[in-house]
Design a protein around this ligand. Sequence first.
Ligand SMILES: CC(C)(COP(=O)(O)OP(=O)(O)OC[C@H]1O[C@@H](n2cnc3c(N)ncnc32)[C@H](O)[C@@H]1OP(=O)(O)O)[C@@H](O)C(=O)NCCC(=O)NCCS
Length: 173
Amino acid sequence: MPTPTPPGTVRPTTPADLPDLARLWNDAAVMRHVGFPDGLGITADDLGRWWDALDGDPRRRHLTIEAPDLGYCGEAHDRADPAGETATVDIKLRPAAQGRGLGALGLSAALDELFGRDLARRATVDPHRDNAPALRLYERLGFRPDPEGSTAEGHVVLAVTAAAWAARSARPG
Ligand SMILES: CC(C)(COP(=O)(O)OP(=O)(O)OC[C@H]1O[C@@H](n2cnc3c(N)ncnc32)[C@H](O)[C@@H]1OP(=O)(O)O)[C@@H](O)C(=O)NCCC(=O)NCCS
């Protein structure tokens, strides 16, 4: 039986990825889901400063998602608080890369590393209530509503704990 082809790959972001990342963040079709209906409008200089801050911070990681037929697909980013309690996680794919399992791939890689390195006890996301693909993705990966979470109006905070992620990852299949 042939080995199934993985839908894509996930690797640490490098400075060479920043032009693709700027295109992702400036794409209104992507960024409208996270509160920027016209895209972020970020410049190369701004992005360079953002990268410098991220690159020197051990509590943050940025991953790049790629697929053989599409090249650059998107990002996963996590940022743990100083106490190592909670990490916020972001996932974004360019439109051509959506709907083929790459969101789960990228987010799972981020959570594996976050919890595998014991950088946080739980991870949170805060999708808009109308963002059905994001809500479905998070639910499928084990995120559940966080009663203590507070975020912008219209959004909901969901959380997955390190223990729940480990139990899920240990499941056969
Ligand atoms: C959210 C995002 C990361 C999801 O990743 P993805 O790889 O595209 O995920 P999929 O398209 O496979 O969809 C995830 C699930 O939502 C379902 N779904 C897709 N569109 C849907 C819709 N309009 N209504 C309901 N469910 C939908 C899919 O069927 C799938 O469910 P399944 O696992 O049961 O099959 C991606 O769509 C994205 O980058 N969106 C723009 C940025 C964004 O919203 N980021 C998240 C901010 S919180």
